[in-house]
Design a protein around this ligand. Structure first.
Ligand SMILES: O=P(O)(O)OC[C@H]1O[C@H](O[C@H]2O[C@H](CO)[C@@H](O)[C@H](O)[C@H]2O)[C@H](O)[C@@H](O)[C@@H]1O
Length: 267
């Protein structure tokens, strides 16, 4: 169970911040508010400004369930890494797997379109084709709660062996052996040799990061959930600017102190 970041997490933030740390963020529900139409999602300007500054100080990664093509239209700043499809797309050195994921996903899309057509469930259910994975959205169904179990059964029957990860009124369909966000975060950390890291997310696919050892990784979930493995929670996205300000203040303080001491040494 996570504890409130604002009540109990600030000391931990001060400990974890080190020059060169990796700061990683999920997209929907974390830096962009949830909206009915995924095409309308945008980073809140107050968060965008702070992320842009952060990316000048230290490696920043966005690790999202969206495709790279989609997310690249939505980030108006320059993070060092943008990883799509829950960890499948954009990981340096992992590109050789992408064609295999793409081919499986084409077959799922065909089978699923057929099964959904035959089942005649709510017409508001739609498939987001992300080339390497699919998301089946039911947010706008007449009774989303009732639809959840029916749709889950249909997906399990139609696509046995496919990994189904729940999300916010969405089922994410992924190859069973694809890297998850946790593996993506660890690979990026190794790549930049980050002495520490933090990750902010809001959903079930982010739990693979929250389950990583917490020694030098701070994890924060937007919205408290009793079943989360994150260390801390923020009640909602409105707390992000304050969180980023604390992070920026600490990081810039350490970097300035280091620069000052290096100047003294070289005098
Ligand atoms: O890992 P994320 O970046 O959080 O992506 C997870 C899914 O996010 C999107 O769907 C969710 O956000 C939509 C826009 O706010 C909302 O309408 C939908 O109900 C949510 O499930 C995205 O469309 C999916 O592809 C991502 O897998």
């Amino acid at each position: 169970m996570a504890v409130s970041f604002l009540e109990h997490g600030t000391g931990r933030l001060l400990d974890i911040v080190r020059p060169g740390m990796l700061c990683a963020f999920d997209f929907d529900g974390t830096i962009a508010p949830i909206v009915d139409d995924p095409a309308a999602a945008r980073v809140a300007p107050s968060v965008l400004r702070r992320l842009a500054v952060l990316a000048e100080f230290t490696p920043v990664a966005i690790i999202t369930g969206r495709s790279l093509e989609d997310i690249s239209l939505r980030l108006d700043f320059f993070p060092e890494f943008v990883i799509g499809n829950h960890g499948m797309e954009g990981l340096p050195g992992e590109e050789w797997n992408e064609e295999r994921y793409r081919l499986s996903c084409r077959a799922w899309l065909h089978d699923l379109q057929g099964a959904l057509g035959r089942a005649g469930l709510d017409p508001a259910i739609w498939i987001e084709d992300k080339i390497y994975s699919l998301s089946v959205h039911y947010r706008l169904a007449q009774d989303p709660q009732a639809m959840e179990s029916k749709l889950r059964r249909l997906l399990e029957d139609t696509l046995p062996g496919v990994k189904i990860v729940d999300g916010k009124f969405v089922f994410n369909l992924l190859p069973a052996d694809a890297p998850d966000k946790g593996q993506a975060l660890e690979m990026l950390r190794d790549l930049v040799r980050a002495p520490s890291a933090l990750y902010v997310g809001d959903d079930v696919t982010d739990e693979s990061v929250f389950h990583l050892p917490h020694d030098d990784l701070l994890t924060l979930r937007i919205e408290n959930r009793p079943d989360t493995a994150a260390e801390f929670f923020l009640p909602d996205l409105a707390g992000m600017p304050q969180f980023l300000d604390m992070l920026l203040e600490r990081l810039s303080g350490i970097l300035h102190a280091e620069a000052a001491s290096s100047m003294r040494r070289h005098r």
